[in-house]
Design a protein. Sequence first.
Length: 533
Amino acid sequence: MQQPSESVPEKTPDRFFLAYLLLTTMVCGAMVMVIEVLGSRVIGPFFGVSLFVWTSLISVAMVALALGYALGGALSDRHGTANYLYLIIFCAGVLVFVIPWLKTSIIQFSVPYGLRLGSFISASLLFGPSLFLLGCVSPYVVKIATLGMNNLGRTVGGFYAVSTMGSVAGTVLTGFILIAYLRVDQIFILVGSVLMGLSLLYFALFMKKTPLAVAPLLLLLLPSPPSHTSQSLLLENGTQVQLVEARDSHYGSIRVLDFSGDRFQSRELMIDGLIQGGMDLNSGYSTYEFVYYLQLLPYAIHPQGQRALIIGLGAGLMPMWYERQGITSDVVDIDPVVLEMARKHFGFSIRGDIYIEDARYFLSRSTALYDYLILDVFNGDTTPGHLLSVEALKLMRQRLNAQGVLGINLAGSLQTESFMTASIIHTLRQVFDQVEVYPVFDAHKSHGNLAVIAYQGEPRRKQLDKISQQPIHPLAQQIVKQNLLRQVEPVSSRAPIILSDAYNPVDFFDSWLREEVRRGLMQQQQGYAQLVY
């Protein structure tokens, strides 16, 4: 016969134990949402923070929780004591605790499966097991809390309400506080420790002994999770790569890296593994072609301009170039950490105003008029759809003077599956009289960065004398000088559509392009992936 000291007796729980069950329900509900929200910060740098990544995370969470509910209900009928419940919670804590040590290997295993399947596999392996065990908690708690009770409905409803409030608290805590002050690895370790501590506290308070107290000490034998502090390595081609700083913001995983070779020294800003800008450390010039396209083309069309709006700061090179031409530049960026990095590591400084807010919100509330409006914003590997809808483009047109020019840095395709690229151009032509597309790559390629220029009125001749003497970095010089004026028209086998706030399937139809981008980045960066990711 089982001794009473070995488990909480199967009778109506006392108020103190009921209060602890309520605490357990709230904490576990909160931790579920912390894991789910934080999941995008783990797999986002590899797969981009896109519709498919969030779909994978939400699907994995729902499936794991559903299976946990089913198993938890069955187990609670057979082993309905609190000992089993808190053992399950302890195991869930261990699985969360070790995520920082497992994430790189699991994601690198998943990458070859592509954007959709790869993100689903990595989310399943990393977060599925712990979420599955946490799904077992609710039926167990209800089983234990309602022993001998008549007011079953009220009790069950109360526990589900507390669990939901815990989920809200976990979501707010992660999004507003934890990500701002802790590294992702530290948050997972914290979550795992909280779950294990919750379990051990139960055994200490209610069982008067701690049979699992020594188990967490074994986790101290683990080596420290990979750190992004003061790392450097030498590539096979002799290039020295140095991680200058790594930060996780609310919007992405940000890295600043230095590259040193025999004939160059450059610095790059990356967000979620995607290059946002590069600068020669000696001259301060951009090492990437798209920057020159978005500087030179609008300026050649309208050299008399006096004010610019740059949406998307990156390394901050573009607004500084416009200001060197005597053009006051305002900047809009949603991420304050990007601004901090640009100032600290790229010497960013301008006379114009800086707005840390969503671009669409700024466009809707601003009354200022500009001669140049440059849109260079990427969420993961694509421009956010809410900035490419016909409604958003009309807001941009309203912010331009009569002679104003819009320039967009767009990742797109000219021939292969170019339905979305053609649709973006088609949508622009509903708003602007002139839309010109300039590929920022050699003629033999069919996809990559596109500089899209739009303005009102009749076609204008570019005043090349205004830009002919502008310095261009040697790494970008060939493509810029040979292809700057090469215009193209995307060819699509399907009739393009007008993108709107109500229907804008950019994430879906351009998923192949993001997969190509991610695959290329992983191949290019595999020699220093541990610094980037």
